[in-house]
Write a protein that binds this ligand. Structure first.
Ligand SMILES: Cc1ncc(COP(=O)(O)O)c(C=O)c1O
Length: 314
C-alpha cells in the first residue's frame, strides 16, 4: 500500500478514501452498512447509520446506499446476497463499499470472516472498490495488526487512526493500493498532516510488531475478557445480555433500555472508565483496554465491571 497522511483525525482518512475511490472509478455512490459509523464530516457522516448524528448535518446526505451488515437479517440470511443484488441493480453508479469488521460505535456487531471474504469477492465481481475502515478495530485491537487479516482479504483502501499513534496523539493514515494512487500533487492537501510528536509515538507503537508477542498476548487476554463477560451474562440472567465483538473490542449487549448507561455510570463511580456503544440505543457496555494492559490491571477492571453490573442490573 501507499501511505497517505490525510489529516489528523479518522474522519479525514475516510474523506480521503471516498474522494479517491470516486476519482478512480468516475462513479459517485458509496455503499455503507446498517449501524455503521465512519466520522462526523459530511462525506463520512453520509455513511453513518446513526439517525441523530445524520440529522446534525442540516442538509441532505447524498450518494450513499445502505446494505444490511452481517447478521442484520437473522442468522439464516447471507446479507452479501442483498448487496450483490443492489450492485447488479445499479451498474456504473457505485464507486466503493466501506465496512468495519467490528462496528465500534454501532453496537460491536462483528462480521464473520467468511462473510468478509464473500463481501470482497462481491466487490471484485462488480468492479467496486472495497474500503476497510480499520480506524477503531485496527492496529492490534482485535489481535492481528489489521482486523481483517484472519479473513485473508486484501482491501483496496484501508483507513487507520486512533491507536496508530500508540498514545492518543492525532494521526491518521489512508493506505492505498499503489495502482489506485492517481492523486495529482497537492490535489488533496491541508495544514495539519503530520503531528511531529505523533510520529515519534507511532514509531514506538510499531516497534511492538517486530514479533508475535503482542499479538499472542492480545489473543490470550481476549479469551480472559470473553470468559468473564460470558460468566457475567450467565450470572445476571435478568440483564438478558449477550457478548459481542472480538479481541480488545468486546462488550455486553442488553435489550433493557438505559441499563448499559447505568452500568457505565456505576463503573465510573468505582474508578473505571467505560463507554456505551450501539448508536442512538446505547445498549452495549463496551470494553476498550490498552493493548499493553497488564494481567492484574485487566483482572481488576473486569472485577469492577462485575461489581458495576451487580449494582445496576435489575
Ligand atoms: C470506525 C470509525 N471510523 C471513523 C471514525 C472517526 O474518527 P475521528 O473521530 O477521529 O474523526 C471513528 C471514530 O470513532 C470510528 O470508530
Amino acid at each position: 500500500y501507499k501511505v497517505m497522511f490525510p489529516g489528523p483525525t479518522g474522519t479525514n482518512a475516510v474523506e480521503a478514501a471516498l474522494k479517491l475511490v470516486r476519482k478512480v472509478t468516475g462513479r459517485q455512490d458509496i455503499v455503507s452498512f446498517t449501524n455503521a459509523f465512519h466520522g462526523m464530516t459530511l462525506g463520512a457522516l453520509a455513511l453513518s447509520g446513526n439517525v441523530v448524528k445524520r440529522e446534525s448535518a442540516g442538509i441532505p446526505l447524498q450518494h450513499q446506499l445502505t446494505a444490511p451488515y452481517d447478521g442484520e437479517l437473522g442468522v439464516d440470511v447471507d446479507t452479501v446476497s442483498v448487496l450483490d443484488a443492489m450492485l447488479a441493480d445499479s451498474p456504473n453508479s457505485v464507486a466503493g463499499v466501506i465496512v468495519e469488521t467490528v462496528q465500534g460505535e454501532g453496537g460491536l456487531h462483528s462480521a464473520d470472516f467468511g462473510w468478509l471474504r464473500r463481501l470482497s469477492e462481491c466487490c471484485k465481481r462488480h468492479d467496486v472498490l472495497l474500503i476497510v475502515d480499520d480506524i477503531q478495530a485496527g492496529c492490534g485491537r482485535t489481535g492481528t495488526f489489521f482486523s481483517f487479516e484472519p479473513a485473508s482479504i486484501e482491501p483496496d483502501v484501508i483507513c487507520l487512526s486512533k491507536s496508530i499513534s500508540g498514545s492518543g496523539l492525532p494521526m491518521s493514515l489512508t493506505l492505498i493500493r499503489p495502482d489506485l494512487d492517481i492523486w495529482s500533487p497537492g490535489e488533496h492537501n491541508g495544514t495539519f498532516r503530520g503531528n511531529n510528536a505523533a510520529f515519534v509515538t507511532a514509531t514506538e507503537a510499531l516497534s511492538w510488531w517486530v514479533d508475535d508477542s503482542l499479538t499472542n498476548d492480545v489473543h490470550r487476554k481476549s479469551e480472559m475478557i470473553r470468559a468473564e463477560l460470558e460468566s457475567i451474562a450467565t450470572e445476571h440472567e435478568s440483564m438478558r445480555a449477550t457478548v459481542r465483538g472480538r479481541g480488545f473490542l468486546q462488550g455486553l449487549h442488553t435489550p433493557i433500555a438505559g441499563l448499559a448507561s447505568q452500568i457505565c455510570a456505576a463503573a465510573f463511580e468505582r474508578g473505571l472508565l467505560m463507554e456505551t456503544s450501539g448508536g442512538a440505543a446505547s445498549d452495549v457496555v463496551k470494553l476498550m483496554p490498552p493493548l499493553t494492559i497488564e494481567d492484574t490491571q485487566l483482572e481488576n477492571g473486569l472485577a469492577i465491571l462485575r461489581a458495576s453490573v451487580e449494582a445496576a442490573a435489575p
